[in-house]
Design a protein around this ligand. Structure first.
Ligand code: EPZ
Length: 422
């Protein structure tokens, strides 16, 4: 299992170009299944999760290729509608192929994704919506077996999610795009990645109104054609690198991104004392002194994103004062806390609440990455710590941060990847 050896302390400063968003690329790749003619997708990041989903879609007999950051897909040769457990278990978002397969081909057999470190991650809302559209859903041996009503077409309906779900919203708008009739979908997620997917579906010929609002109306069409589309920049990657500046009195310029994608995060950065300047496709964070404490409650967009909670907590560990975090989205998203405490932080967790008493500095120590976003908070923390630190299980970070060592070195981090075969 690879490890990172990082020698601090570094002032995190420099320029990085932001990649396409992992959490947009994955639903966009799934949406390619819906197109009867070839589709081309640009700005697709080279990440383990993307490779896994491409392998899974290719396993259906679909001709899908990635050259550089461009993916081309031709669905003509599809010969099965099956998503196996051995791939789905490593990449939960594979469940997003269910809606497209069911909507276009009337059937699908997709492994249940199972949970992960941050929570049980159920998909009950996805399945409830498909049943409301007339599908027969059974779960056997860990697989979802889905059948469209006779005639092979899902039926448009009026449905509201019991809670805001990004994946649920994405799966259902993909399915509704080819349903017979109109679907009115309530309590939709508003994340930029959901908007990106809806915009690509429209480019493929879908009829969707209310994009970016909590109620979307999708008028089903007979068929969808291919298109050429580009993945939206990754707002969480952007925020993760900017956070490094706030931890080390640094100065980070992120290019090929947009402040509109992460306004709630930039507001908190300014509350913590950062000077944030922005342009059409760039954001700069400068930090002169010690961060100020902050209170964070994670919420669905446009609230503060749960995917930035660990990174901002790492900043709060060094703040002048006490910060409070309330994690409202996932039931177990404080796995980074014991690791940050190993680095000298002073964090107390009680259920969904974490109280962070600021300390002067981190001290180097070996730590372990536990999930994707926690791993980046640890990287920034050990980079800020005086001395050598080893981070174990960094396969987590490879799932979601493209060319992570190159980008960190460009920001002044002294980092080396160690291939350890234990
Ligand atoms: C997406 O996960 C993201 N992943 C997550 O990013 C992100 O944290 C999350 O949205 C919230 O913003 C991708 O887009 C690939 P949800 P998703 O459905 O769709 C509960 C990262 O680090 N729920 O919005 O799985 C669920 O348990 C990852 O990049 C149900 O109960 O999240 C959770 O508590 C981590 N039943 C809450 O809703 C359902 O059917 C939000 O989940 C669906 C969800």
């Amino acid at each position: 299992m690879d490890q990172f050896l990082i020698t601090g302390s570094s002032r995190i400063a420099g320029e990085v170009t932001i990649s396409g968003a992992k959490n947009a690329a994955l639903p966009l790749l799934a949406a390619m299944i819906l197109a009867e003619t070839p589709t081309t997708l640009h700005n697709v990041p080279s990440l383990q999760d993307v490779r896994t989903l491409i392998e899974l879609i290719g396993g259906m007999g679909i001709n899908i290729q990635k050259q550089g950051d461009t993916v081309t897909c031709d669905t003509k040769s599809i010969d099965n509608f099956y998503a196996p457990y051995d791939l789905v278990k490593t990449m939960r978002a594979s469940i997003l192929v269910l809606g497209p397969l069911l909507a276009r081909f009337g059937e699908a057999e997709v492994s249940l994704p199972g949970g992960c470190a941050i929570g049980s991650r159920p998909v009950d809302q996805h399945l409830k919506a498909f049943e409301a559209m007339g599908a027969t859903i059974t779960v056997e041996n860990g697989y979802v077996i889905a059948q469209a009503p006779k005639g092979g077409k899902l039926l448009g309906c009026k449905f509201s999610f019991d809670m805001v779900t990004v994946g649920g919203t994405e799966n259902v708008i993909m399915a509704a795009a080819l349903a017979k009739g109109t679907t009115i979908l309530g309590n939709c997620a508003l994340e930029p990645e959901v908007v990106d997917l809806a915009n690509m579906l429209v480019a493929m010929g879908a009829k969707i109104s209310g994009i970016g609002t909590a109620t979307m109306t999708i008028e089903g069409v007979e068929r969808l054609h291919g298109c050429e589309y580009s993945v939206v920049p990754d707002r969480i990657e952007t925020g993760s690198y900017l956070a490094g500046a706030l931890m080390t009195r640094g100065d980070v310029l992120t290019k090929n991104t947009s402040a509109l994608l992460l306004a709630p995060v930039l507001e908190k950065f300014e509350d913590m004392g950062a000077i944030i300047t922005t342009g059409e496709d760039w954001i700069r964070a400068q930090m002169k002194g010690r961060p100020k404490s902050v209170d964070i409650r994670t919420q669905p967009h446009p609230g503060f994103p749960t995917d930035m909670q660990a990174q901002v907590m790492a900043i709060a560990c060094l703040a002048d004062g006490t910060s409070t975090f309330i994690e409202n989205i996932f039931e177990n998203r404080y796995m980074h806390v014991p690791e940050l405490n190993r680095l000298g932080a002073s964090i107390q967790v009680d259920g969904h609440t974490a109280v962070v008493k600021g300390v002067e500095c981190f001290t180097a120590a070996p730590v372990m990455a536990t999930d994707l976003r926690a791993s980046m908070s640890l990287v920034m923390a050990v980079a800020a710590a005086e001395g050598e630190s080893l981070i174990d299980r960094i396969y987590h970070i490879d799932r979601g941060y493209e060319h992570v060592e190159d980008k960190l070195r460009a920001l002044g981090v002294n980092i080396e990847r160690i291939n350890s075969n234990n």
